[in-house]
Design a protein around this ligand. Structure first.
Ligand SMILES: Cc1cc2nc3c(=O)[nH]c(=O)nc-3n(C[C@H](O)[C@H](O)[C@H](O)COP(=O)(O)O)c2cc1C
Length: 164
């Protein structure tokens, strides 16, 4: 178990960016990729500091996170709404998004992935649990709004720092 303490300011920055614009999620070393999320659960679970990241199984990021069992949250340090919306329209199956979006990869400190040099707060996670949608006992019929619901990757924070 790791003892990573995020300050109240870090938590507020992360949660605000997630709901305001979305944040970048980076993953993979040999096949580095970037996705965006504005969904996710941040807090303590099973005595660990966790972030639960929902990813559809159709995404390239799903494949990478399942393999590398890690991901990083990258919180923009400036207005990156253009990059966020572009990131949504292109897939890592077809292109290297770092190159296509002219974003600068930096080696993550504690996981096998890159992070975004353009961002401020970075939090690195190791996956401690994977919750596939078929294992979720739905109590309401319309819980999933899509035919391809998300798998939830529960990550434990293993490193947190600011680039800017
Ligand atoms: C604001 C925003 C929030 C998003 N949230 C999620 C999410 O929670 N889970 C997810 O799987 N995709 C989400 N997406 C879509 C992915 O970021 C997008 O499809 C990405 O390009 C996936 O690429 P990949 O196939 O290369 O992994 C979101 C996109 C945007 C713009």
């Amino acid at each position: 178990m790791n003892d990573i303490t995020l300050t109240d300011k870090d938590e507020a920055t992360l949660l605000h960016a997630m709901s305001a614009t979305g944040i970048f999620v980076t993953c993979g070393l040999e096949t580095p990729n970037i996705m965006v999320t504005h969904w996710g659960m941040f807090g303590e679970l099973w005595g660990r500091q966790v972030f639960s990241l929902p990813v559809r199984s159709t995404k390239f990021s799903y494949r990478i996170i399942k393999e590398t069992k890690s991901f990083a949250l990258n919180v923009p340090a400036r207005d990156m709404r253009t990059e966020i919306s572009l990131c949504d329209t292109i897939s890592g199956f077809k292109v290297n998004k770092f190159e296509t979006l002219n974003l600068h990869p930096k080696r993550a400190r504690s996981i096998d992935a890159y992070i975004l040099g353009e961002c401020g707060l970075i939090v690195e996670y190791k996956v401690v649990a994977i919750i596939p949608p078929e294992n979720i006992e739905k109590q309401v019929d319309d819980l999933f709004i899509s035919a391809r619901p998300h798998t939830v990757f529960v990550g434990e924070a293993v490193d947190a720092y600011r680039l800017k």
